[in-house]
Ligand binder design. Structure first.
Ligand code: SF4
Ligand code: SF4
Length: 318
């Protein structure tokens, strides 16, 4: 048997008080107990006012996502012994980027609103086939990854862009968008990609990897976003800053073996944007974040031929 010490976020909108943490020590938990087991024991045996959401306790329903020690996790999939082998204190917060209703329960409205925005359904063209729609097995295997989503909200909770831009469609909805747009039965592919390329869409992800790290079902939402970007470029949707950045970044690397940071912002976002952000560029140069725009300050790559060869091979494979 093990003991667990949990510091739990508390907030009750019906009580006129600020949010705070309560700390609980839970005894006699089985060795395989999870964070959810400990929270349920607190609610049943120590403090009946603790509010949390859970259902299947088997990492299937997606109800019990909380932030555990700063990162979103499914409570039922997170073993106490792995997290705190020496009985260290575990901090449990409600999910981020969502309104807290009470204690560890958050409103999923943001999650569902964003999902609705990407129209998560397949639209076919013309008359239905006489028998079934045939989709290559390899395609369905690939689409299985976004299909594994259990709508737990963990990726939305920890998305670093959503934290600063509430218009961002966020990882779960974008992963679902790939499940639809990547399906050969979906007819308005270009129209969907045009919508997804708007502000707040696929080009606003900063590729911080947080959603990949926290997803309990290996959906890898960021990877699905990258696939949508590739499809958008293939469809010729290259008029936005994000697509231009990718194109000129690739050209720069295949040409000189390195990124030309002097011209990339101008080619991607335009001269006007570059002039407006000169102050930021100077600060970045002074902090050593980017190279100054003078001859000889950029690294020269001697094995450019090899880089070009790798680039060509990758192009042929894609
Ligand atoms: S990789 Fe993109 S979508 Fe995923 S958490 Fe980071 S910014 Fe959000
Ligand atoms: S993509 Fe993963 S983390 Fe995001 S809602 Fe789906 S299962 Fe949860």
């Amino acid at each position: 048997m093990i003991q667990a010490k949990l510091k739990v976020y508390r907030y009750d909108p019906q009580k006129d008080q600020e949010s705070h943490y309560d700390t609980y020590t839970v005894d006699n938990l089985p060795d395989f107990a999870t964070v959810l087991d400990a929270l349920i024991k607190i609610r049943e045996e120590i403090d009946g006012t603790l509010t949390l959401r859970c259902s299947c306790r088997s990492a299937v329903c997606g109800s019990c996502a909380f932030r555990v020690n700063g990162h979103a996790k499914l409570g039922c999939k997170t073993k106490l012994s792995a997290l705190a082998p020496d009985g260290e204190e575990i901090c449990v917060d409600p999910m981020g980027n969502m309104e807290v209703i009470k204690d560890l329960v958050t409103s999923m409205d943001t999650f569902w609103d964003k999902l609705r925005q990407v129209k998560p359904w397949i639209e076919t063209d013309g008359e239905p086939p006489e028998r079934e729609y045939k989709v290559p097995h390899s395609k369905m295997v690939e689409l299985q990854q976004p299909m594994n989503c259990i709508m737990c909200g963990a990726c939305v909770s920890d998305c670093t862009v959503l934290e600063v831009d509430e218009n961002f469609l966020a990882p779960a909805a974008l992963a679902k968008a790939y499940r639809v747009v990547g399906d050969p039965r979906h007819a308005p592919t270009k129209e969907s990609l045009i919508n997804l390329s708007q502000e707040g869409g696929i080009w606003d992800c900063t590729r911080c990897l947080e959603c990949v790290q926290v997803c309990p079902k290996d959906v890898a939402p960021m990877d699905q976003i990258i696939k949508l970007r590739e499809l958008a470029i293939k469809e010729g949707l290259t008029g936005n800053v994000g697509a231009k950045h990718v194109i000129h970044f690739t050209k720069s690397v295949s040409h000189s073996g390195t990124i030309d940071e002097r011209t990339l912002p101008i080619k991607a976002a335009g001269l006007g944007w570059a002039i407006k952000n000169t102050g930021t560029a100077i600060k970045a140069i002074l902090k050593g974040k980017i190279k100054p725009p003078f001859p000889g300050t950029h690294p020269s790559v001697t094995e450019v031929k090899d880089i070009r060869r790798i680039h060509m091979e990758l192009e042929e494979k894609s």
